[in-house]
Design a protein. Structure first.
Length: 367
């Protein structure tokens, strides 16, 4: 005999569809040896906002893993007020919702980019419209997503990305070198402009990436442009860098460069930018989707025009020559992150969106 369970009217129940997190990663996070990622950490601390979160982890099913995760979510959906997920699984759920016309639970999507194309216009836009809220990390995306999907801007909500400021903090026991420039990350990085800017400067570039094509790019350019002894001295390519190693690299670097391609349609470089700022480091970043929300030009960082190697070179030389300006930028950046982009503050923003925009399903359900 089935038993009845009454949903608590005062508690918002959320099913959060997340990717895999190993037990080792959880232990390292608890020990402070690994950074906390924003959305996972935010959902783990929602109870104090009267939001109860259950996790449905994405496990290994090969190419079918997102569909399998979505099917599992559909089986238990009646127990929840909101399903929160990302693009792959979210679009499958939205398609089923479109076909079956179910209204609850509400479907919220964390989205990093929506690129317009004929397939999107013909097939995906009607599916996207079955998503109640799309959560993005840039105010520019609110407008662009609404325009691309032809929906009200009220259905797109900007939540500033939060960073782990306890893990990424100024390191007083590590003295930064006077000539090390650091560039980190993969998505839409403008390595060509960066290379042109620094190749003739008296600096060492440390390039951290996990993408094979980035390494190939540098190796080809360096082979053609520089002799082997100079290559070894001026450039260092690193991959598979741990969180602790990454923190040390930030600490010993003079400048952090976040060069983004001119036509990037995603908030590329945002995590690296906030990590470097939280470390109290001066940052030079290409103007793009994230800059107007996360950097005050000349105060918390330097914003340059895209695809301009000469401007980048000039700003690098200027900051290398001005110790006081570098220190001021770094101090201001740390304070700016503390005031605006902590995990705690961003979690409050996310909790408000979940509470304000979802009416609870208060009926009894079968267990």
């Amino acid at each position: 005999m089935a038993k009845q369970a009454q949903i608590n009217d005062n508690i918002l129940k959320v099913l959060y569809l997340t990717g895999p997190l190993t037990s080792k990663e959880l232990i390292l996070s608890m020990q402070g040896l690994r950074k906390r990622t924003f959305f996972n950490t935010a959902m783990a601390t929602m109870k104090k906002y009267s939001i109860e979160v259950d996790y449905l982890t994405l496990k290994s099913w090969g190419r079918m893993r997102e569909i399998v995760q979505a099917i599992k979510a559909l089986i238990v959906r009646d127990y929840y007020d909101i399903i929160l997920t990302t693009t792959g699984t979210g679009l499958f759920l939205a398609l089923v919702r479109f076909l079956l016309r179910w209204k609850k639970p509400y479907l919220f999507l964390i989205e990093w980019q929506v690129e317009r194309n004929p397939i999107l216009d013909l097939f995906l836009i009607p599916i996207f419209r079955n998503i109640d809220k799309i959560i993005c990390v840039s105010s520019v995306q609110e407008k662009s997503f609404a325009k691309t999907l032809n929906v009200s801007i009220n259905r797109i909500r900007y939540v500033p990305l939060g960073i782990d400021i306890d893990f990424f903090r100024p390191e007083t026991d590590i003295i930064s070198a006077s000539d090390i420039i650091l560039c980190v990350g993969d998505a839409d990085r403008d390595d060509e402009t960066l290379f042109k800017a620094v190749r003739n400067l008296p600096v060492k570039l440390i390039r951290v990436s996990d993408e094979f094509k980035v390494f190939q790019f540098y190796k080809v350019l360096l082979k053609d442009c520089l002799k082997p002894p100079i290559l070894k001295a001026k450039f260092e390519l690193l991959h598979a860098v741990s969180d602790l190693e990454m923190r040390e690299l930030y600490a010993k670097s003079t400048l952090i460069i976040v060069p983004i391609l001119k036509h990037s349609n995603q908030p590329a470089g945002l995590t690296v930018l906030l990590e470097a700022m939280a470390m109290g480091k001066p940052v030079i970043v290409t103007k793009g989707l994230i800059t107007e929300d996360y950097v005050i030009n000349g105060d918390t960082g330097i914003i340059i025009n895209p695809d301009d190697a000469n401007e980048l070179k000039r700003m690098i030389l200027e900051l290398l020559d001005e110790d006081i300006k570098r220190k001021k930028l770094g101090n201001n950046a740390r304070k700016f992150v503390e005031d605006n982009f902590t995990i705690t503050k961003s979690t409050e923003e996310l909790a408000n969106i979940l509470m304000q925009n979802a009416c609870r399903n208060k009926k009894s359900i079968l267990l």
